[in-house]
Design a protein around this ligand. Structure first.
Ligand code: DC
Length: 232
């Protein structure tokens, strides 16, 4: 028997998977945890956002599951690291800010709910993480994409706090909004993401739940790194 094949668990780096609702702090936290550990950061939400951006630009019906799944399979998507953060490129074009607009945010739930779209994206995500040494975050990374992750985290925060964070993000992008609009949007997305038929947002049985309502990013990062080290 050959235990040293390429995909052997002995050779594979570790996987940290972080799930949670919109605005729970998972992206910023996951990015810094990855930097600290020298791991790759995988923002699975950015993949669904990039597909949504492409669909809107090319006037593809968000209900057309088959066409969207075919596009998802071939989407020339690339992540590049830069001092300012993680950049998302589509066809060689930097679309990092375009995928965060309210229009993309409004449509991404419907597009990401399609079974065939998820199947295509999950295959890409598994491929991305096949050698481990990765911190992945999203809605189903602990349950579907990396069910054998070495550490699973579920991050949450109150709706008000999450709406405040979103408002700040938007204002940093020069987009005006108000707190009640963001609260409404977060409630709508929470409902959609956790009640959809395929891979809804749920807390994995073996996930550690971290409530970030009153935590700084630094504390969130420290907690995850501590858990990771304790897990050996
Ligand atoms: O984390 P985010 O807000 O950038 O994610 C955008 C949307 O993508 C979110 O509303 C639900 C969807 N998503 C998903 O269905 N599964 C994932 N693993 C990540 C995101």
């Amino acid at each position: 028997m050959n235990n040293l094949s390429h995909n052997s668990p002995i050779e594979r780096g570790k996987v940290i998977a972080i799930d949670g609702p919109a605005g729970s702090g998972k992206s910023t936290t996951a990015k810094i945890v990855a930097e600290r550990l020298g791991y790759t950061y995988l923002d699975t939400g950015a993949m669904y956002r990039a597909l949504t951006y492409y669909a809107l630009e090319n006037k593809i019906n968000p209900a057309d599951e088959k066409e969207l799944a075919e596009i998802a399979e071939q989407l020339p998507l690339e992540f590049r690291r830069k001092d300012s953060g993680n950049l998302v490129f589509l066809n060689g074009q930097d679309i990092s800010s375009q995928i965060r607009t309210p229009e993309v945010t409004k449509n991404v739930s419907e597009i990401s709910a399609h079974f065939l779209v998820r199947q295509a994206m999950v295959a890409k995500q598994k491929e991305f993480g096949k050698n481990g040494s990765i911190v992945a975050e999203g809605r189903d990374t602990t349950t579907v994409v990396f069910p054998d992750a070495d550490l699973k985290i579920y991050m949450d925060a109150s709706v008000k706090e999450r709406a405040k964070r979103r408002l700040l993000d938007l204002s940093n992008m020069g987009i005006e909004s108000d707190l009640s609009e963001q609260e409404r949007d977060i409630n709508r997305r929470d409902k959609f993401d956790s009640q959809r038929e395929h891979s809804p947002l749920t807390i994995a049985e073996d996930a550690v739940v971290i409530d970030t309502t009153n935590l700084t990013i630094e504390k969130q990062v420290d907690r995850i790194v501590e858990l990771f080290q304790a897990a050996g």
